[in-house]
Design a protein. Structure first.
Length: 193
């Protein structure tokens, strides 16, 4: 089916916080973490800057480009800012405010797929799809779980963004699935060519 998410697809990820007002996953500014490339937050637009909100989905388990992404697959997310915005990565601890609500790790991008074992690998889980054949489709609600240390936490929005140019919410991982108001829900949109 044409609507299935395939490896190599370019996508935008919209956060479900506050009735889908959480913004789009976005690279924005530098990161102070060792080995990081860009900071990650959300922005109101999926195109705050050219490619900042566009992510290429790649297999972390050897599936080829063009194969369908299934719920439970292990993936990398590569940002397309400047043609290569780096790979979505856990790096450093969550802020103290984030840690007080279950936050585990800060999220940025890294030049390498796995800056450290598992930091750039994410399990993607769909809430459901139609038909229910285990495949993920454009428009599905998904969650991302990081594999660092075998338990890197769920990708979520948590607190205001420190990004100076159009940042909305900060991104971290959390031990709890949707600790509050759909903060770990992400809707998959196809990026416009």
């Amino acid at each position: 089916m044409a609507n299935e998410l395939k490896y190599g697809d370019q996508i935008h990820l919209q956060n479900g916080y506050n009735s889908w007002q959480g913004g789009y996953l976005d690279t924005n500014g530098g990161s102070p973490e060792s080995g990081a490339k860009f900071g990650v937050s959300t922005a109101d637009s999926s195109a705050r800057g050219k490619g900042t909100g566009t992510w290429e989905i790649l297999s972390a388990s050897g599936k080829s480009t063009g194969q369908t992404v299934a719920s439970g697959d292990l993936v990398y997310l590569r940002n397309l800012y400047g043609g290569d915005g780096g790979y979505l990565d856990t790096n450093g601890g969550a802020s103290s405010d984030q840690a007080n609500s279950g936050g585990k790790y800060n999220v940025s991008t890294s030049q390498s797929r796995d800056r450290a074992t598992g930091t750039g690998r994410w399990r993607i889980f769909a809430q459901t799809s139609s038909p229910t054949d285990q495949n993920i489709r454009i428009g599905d609600l998904v969650h991302f779980w990081n594999t660092y240390g075998d338990n890197g936490g769920f990708l979520e929005t948590n607190g205001g963004s420190a990004a100076t140019s159009g940042g909305k919410y900060d991104i971290c991982t959390n031990a709890y699935f949707n600790r509050s108001s759909n903060v770990a829900d992400w809707k998959v949109h196809r990026a416009q060519a």
